[in-house]
Write a protein that binds this ligand. Structure first.
Ligand code: G1P
Length: 302
């Protein structure tokens, strides 16, 4: 199966990161560490491993550190080289060689739909991917699960049309996501009939939530141009895809793999602990701390 038909991938990264204040006052939330590398690097790796080669970041004025991260740092490289730290030197060079990335400024924070519209000049000639880097997906290595973007591209290649990633979420979580109404086909594939951004539990048409991965038809741009503000007073991508689904097929795919919600402090912290526990060098450190805390609190009780 050819999984290389979607070459372009947009990364909306202009968000202000208010859920992480005060740390995001000066640091881009996409640059927060997930163990030892920034959150954004996981999304970039996923796009590259899914066959996307042209990456476009929709960025904002406070996000220069993302550009710097993926650029060469001659001073640092020179220092590492002259100090004989060859392994680290190679690692730093590899980061800047990872991908060709274009950067476009979203001048006003008008919402996710508007951010995607900013990518139109680069994506209007074919289907393109969108990765929301807050949703970090880790593929199951033992089961050799393909990256989630590759799973979406595969559905696009088989059925045509646009594709979004879905997860069946807990009832109390539906108001945090875009929620779909669908007709269920086989193999965890849905035909999207309707969708609503961040509904109340009562309004939610199902418990299938949109996760931050999309393969979109370029027809979305014309819809977005006319799209008024929706939930939260922002131009919502969900509202535009809802209109798209009335014109062209939009599929939902219940992804395989693990998701870490790095868009909230709790989710980000949990992801760090979980991934550290899975790292052979860090596992012992986390378990020691937990054990010490456990011993202290049981000592206090006694
Ligand atoms: C965005 C989308 C929402 C989607 C969510 C996934 O919301 O608007 O439809 O369910 O990402 O993480 P945000 O998290 O930016 O509020």
């Amino acid at each position: 199966m050819d999984t290389l038909t979607v070459k372009k991938c947009l990364f909306p990264v202009a968000g202000l990161g208010t859920r992480f204040l005060p740390v995001t006052k000066e640091i881009a939330k996409e640059m927060l560490p997930l163990v030892n590398r920034p959150i954004i690097s996981y999304g970039v790796e996923e796009a590259l491993n899914s066959g996307c080669s042209d990456l476009i970041m929709i960025t904002g004025r406070a996000k220069r550190s993302i550009e710097n991260y993926f650029d060469r740092s001659f001073e640092l490289e020179h220092l590492l080289k002259t100090r004989g730290k060859d392994e680290l030197y190679e690692k730093m060079v590899a980061i800047s060689n990872m991908a060709e990335i274009l950067y476009v400024r979203q001048r006003e924070p008008l919402g996710l739909g508007h951010a995607v519209l900013c990518g139109e000049p680069f994506c209007r000639d074919g289907y393109f991917g969108v990765i929301l880097p807050d949703d970090v997906f880790i593929s199951d290595k033992e089961e050799a699960t393909p990256p989630v973007m590759a799973q979406l591209i595969d559905v696009h290649n088989r059925l045509g049309g646009s594709v979004i990633a879905l997860e069946h979420v807990a009832r109390e979580d539906v108001s945090r996501y875009g929620i779909i109404r669908s007709e269920v086909l086989s193999d965890g594939i849905h035909r999207i009939l309707d969708m609503v951004e961040k509904p109340s539990i009562e309004e939610a048409p199902s418990r299938y939530a949109i996760m931050g991965r999309y393969v979109l038809s370029p027809s979305i741009f014309e819809i977005l141009t006319k799209q008024g503000a929706g939930a939260g007073g922002e131009i919502q991508l969900t509202d535009a895809i809802k209109t798209l689904a009335k014109q062209e097929p939009v599929w939902g795919v219940v992804y395989r793999g693990r998701r870490f919600d790095c868009g909230t402090q709790k989710g980000w912290l949990a992801a760090n602990v979980q991934l550290a526990l899975e790292d052979p060098e860090l596992r012992g450190v986390v378990l020691d701390i937990v054990k010490k805390v456990g011993d202290t609190s049981s000592g206090q009780k006694g």
